[in-house]
Design a protein around this ligand. Structure first.
Ligand SMILES: Nc1ncnc2c1ncn2[C@@H]1O[C@H](COP(=O)(O)OP(=O)(O)OP(=O)(O)O)[C@@H](O)[C@H]1O
Length: 231
């Protein structure tokens, strides 16, 4: 069990039709992520990092290749089985928080559990605990509009981790934050990686965060290549 591969990607390809041309964004990506592993993906703007994250998270069907999450071939599943797998095994954090504005911080965090039709009272204590863990015990009833950028991003992180996913996919999660808020969100991801054993795959331009990762890969010309430690 401990050696079960969390995420496996084989010969992944993605291209987009632009008029009569095809834009080959992902040409041949191969990757394996083990439980609790920490991996950073770097690369210049437009090289396909967000596209790759969507493909790996089961959000966008590739032109070719295979993505497996916990051994299940993601794009062979029905739409509903794929959403279930995502809900159970993958947490996402985006550059923009994507919280629902009309819900409180606690409600936003509980949402991934409530859509499983779990009664709210049975999950509320854990929702409060994880918000406390990200330093927001005093902000449970705040709506996103009443929170700072860093606080919103911490709510987004709590929401991504409330299901205790095996894998967290984070796409420049602190790209819009000041350095102090960014540092606190980085530390949290690393702490939760240690405490919950969540594997991390993070697209980041921030050397300070990449330095905490076991592997740093560069996406360039549609393929991933190992990069020596970023300093
Ligand atoms: N649905 C789409 N249709 C057509 N082209 C697309 C589509 N999605 C992405 N692209 C193109 O694919 C390329 C890679 O985009 P992507 O957002 O994955 O890059 P990125 O590395 O994440 O960039 P950044 O660092 O600027 O966020 C871009 O040239 C983009 O225009």
């Amino acid at each position: 069990m401990s050696e079960q591969i969390i995420l496996s990607v084989e010969h992944l390809r993605q291209s987009f039709a632009i008029g009569r041309e095809r834009l080959e964004v992902i040409r041949d990506v191969n990757l394996q992520v083990r439980p609790g592993e920490r991996l950073a993906i770097v690369g210049a703007s437009g090289q396909g990092k967000s596209t790759l994250m969507h493909l790996m998270g089961g959000l966008e069907r590739p032109s070719g290749g295979v993505v497996r999450i916990l051994g299940q071939e993601v794009y062979k599943l029905s739409e509903s089985a794929r959403s279930r797998l995502r809900n159970q095994s993958v947490g996402f954090v985006y550059q923009l928080h994507r919280l629902l504005p009309e819900f409180t911080a606690l409600e936003n965090v509980l949402l991934p559990l409530l859509i499983r039709r779990v009664p709210r009272r049975s999950v509320e204590p854990w929702g409060k605990e994880i918000l406390t863990r990200v330093g927001l015990s005093e902000r449970l009833d705040h709506k996103p509009g009443m929170l700072s950028g860093g606080e919103r991003q911490r709510v987004a992180l709590a929401r991504a981790l409330v299901t205790r996913p095996a894998l967290l996919l984070a796409d420049e999660p602190t790209g819009n934050l000041d350095s102090e808020s960014a540092e606190s969100v980085h530390q949290l991801m690393l702490d939760l990686n240690q405490e919950l054993g969540t594997a991390l795959v993070i697209v980041t331009h921030e050397p300070a965060l990449a330095a905490h990762m076991e592997h740093v890969l560069r996406l360039q010309d549609g393929v991933l290549q190992p990069l020596d430690a970023v300093h």
